[in-house]
Design a protein around this ligand. Sequence first.
Ligand SMILES: [Zn+2]
Length: 225
Amino acid sequence: MVFRKIIQGISSLLFPPICLICDQKMGGNERVVCNLCWDKLKPYNSTKIKDVVTSDIDVIFPVFLFDEHLQSIIHLLKYQGNKSVGIQLGQIMAQNILPKIKNEIQNFVISPIPLHPVKLRERGYNQSEAIALGLSEELHISANMNLLKRIVNTKTQTKLNRSERMENVKNAFVMNKIDIIPKAVILIDDVFTTGSTMNSAARVLKNQGVSVVYGISAAAPIIGD
Ligand SMILES: [Zn+2]
């Protein structure tokens, strides 16, 4: 054990971990993505997101701007198996939104947008759940990772237009059986584009008696540009 620690120590001196975004050496407390790269995320300040707020989400809150830099971080999380990037992203999102909405959301329950079981098997984890975990720890708000279930393996939304996206996810979710329906839920997704996925999940929650649904996403592109 001690021997292994010494070997690890020597090897990290000889081969310090490299940030997978900028290729620079990282310090001891950094993992996968360096602090400088996390600091480069741009806060989402646009008000244009209001244009796409869909009927069943009360407040939508993208934390960062979806630019190339954020896209490469999301890529590490979704397609290269770096679940810990999602947890870190969630923590950093929480630090960014905490001052703005801390008091509003004390009694909310955090719920990630679920993946279909087939996709979950392919990826090994749900990236939105990783983000939700980081957020929940940092905000000290409880999370229910099984509130919603995805029952339709929807095709990827990237090439669909807005109405096709709405149709694609229309009946994609159901709520799992639960003893006490939460009054207020925060849905978590990685990227908010047209809102069709999140709105479809929000509608299911509202139909089951949830009164207030917020949507927090890691990022959104500036809509309308
Ligand atoms: Zn870096």
